[in-house]
Design a protein around this ligand. Structure first.
Ligand code: FEO
Length: 393
């Protein structure tokens, strides 16, 4: 397998994982890639690694350029297993030390036992000859250990999880793939991986400001060279939790009553001019729902009452979403019940302290919302739509 040249003496030597469909709970219908890079200079550095099943692919691509034993440094920008689980094999093969952040030094032995590790500090530089590496700590993008590595002379930013996408492709660069698909996958990635860390991203952006970035070489998916300004600007908006005139209705149903409510609410929202997306929890994977949450101002949850509590698929999405801390968004709750309401109350308990502002009165309807019930739902939707339209630019 061959390496792909991305800059002078810099090569992509990673692996494309066409078939993975689940990344720790995140549905990946387009697969992903684990990007590693080789810098060939007076000293040779490998930037990041791959997941264990892909190590031979990595080694094969390195061999297409040099003997792996000539590698002098292995840079571990991020210790999560998708980038690090191949490190023990690579270190055994090359004998090269692994350079990591202080937190990376803490994490890696806890996963892999004894390794030859050396710490690099935030802002520290390492000359390879013609190229100088600058290490930039970016904690919580995506783990406490995360850092980016910048090649000063060529403006190449190895951005680890930042700006990534779960997007397997036969091409490596952003101007070689469909732009809309690329940004959609970047949005889904941000929503599911980085949404809780907007503050940390803004801090990272401060550090990146002033760098002459000519290439963003991500750890997943496509490398940015044409749309660098656009993806940085888009990340800035996401990090601010800025949203659109949009609502997402997330619901499930037992016998169709809560579904009937959802449809009437959606019609009410749409009647105001606001955009509305409906997601049935049992028919839509949670990571796709969270992608819709990313640019929605209003999140409207519909759960029937089951055994006095929330419907299980709705509890699942509530728990997932709470961990992602969706700030600067409103929430409303509705659902059908039989003898005692309980689904709505349970959903509100699950989403307490999630960052969502509970904006509207609850809407509980007993059994099937007949014409009068559907009218109440429609009016409820109108109220949500008007709020969105009046507050959102
Ligand atoms: Fe791609 Fe946080 O690992």
């Amino acid at each position: 397998m061959d390496a792909v040249k991305i800059a002078d003496g810099i090569y992509w030597v990673g692996a494309v994982d066409w078939n993975t469909r689940n990344f720790h709970g995140y549905a990946t219908p387009r697969g992903t890639s684990y990007n590693a890079y080789l810098i060939v200079d007076e000293k040779v550095a490998l930037i990041d690694c791959v997941k264990t099943p892909f190590v031979q692919q990595l080694i094969s691509r390195i061999r297409s350029i040099i003997d792996p034993k000539k590698i002098d440094y292995i840079i571990s920008n991020h210790s999560e297993n998708d980038h690090s689980s191949g490190l023990p094999v690579l270190q055994q093969l090359t004998g090269a030390p692994i350079l990591a952040s202080r937190k990376g030094m803490e994490h890696l032995p806890l996963n892999y036992g004894k390794l030859d590790l050396r710490m690099v500090a935030d802002g520290e530089e390492l000359s390879l000859g013609r190229n100088t590496l600058k290490f930039i700590e970016t904690p919580m993008l995506h783990w406490p250990d995360s850092m980016m590595t910048f090649v000063k002379e060529q403006g190449v930013l190895f951005s680890m999880d930042g700006f990534g996408q779960h997007f397997a492709a036969s091409h490596r660069f952003d101007d070689e793939v469909d732009e809309a698909t690329l940004f959609e996958e970047a949005a889904k990635y941000y929503a599911n991986i980085l949404l809780p860390f907007g503050g940390q991203y803004r801090a990272a952006l401060e550090k990146l400001m002033g760098l002459d970035i000519r290439l963003i070489a991500t750890a997943h998916g496509i490398i940015w060279r044409k749309h660098i300004a656009k993806i940085i600007e888009t990340y800035g908006r996401w990090a601010e939790h800025s949203t659109r005139r949009k609502a997402v209705i997330i619901y499930d149903t037992m016998w169709g009553s809560t579904e009937s409510m959802a449809i009437a609410i959606a019609e009410g929202i749409a009647s105001t001019g606001a955009e509305v997306q409906i997601c049935k929890a049992s028919a839509t994977d949670r990571s796709t729902i969270v992608r819709e949450v990313l640019d929605s101002k209003a999140l409207v949850f519909g759960s029937p009452t089951l055994n006095m509590g929330a419907f299980p698929t709705m509890a699942d999405i509530a728990i997932y979403l709470k961990g992602l801390k969706p700030r600067n968004r409103y929430a409303g709750f509705f659902g059908s019940y039989g003898w005692v309401p309980g689904g709505v109350k349970a959903m509100k308990e699950l989403l307490a302290n999630s960052g969502l502002e509970f904006k509207w009165e609850d809407l509980d309807i007993r059994f099937n919302p007949m014409e009068e019930g559907r009218r109440r739902c429609y009016d409820y939707g109108v109220s949500i739509g008007r709020t969105i339209m009046s507050e959102q630019p």
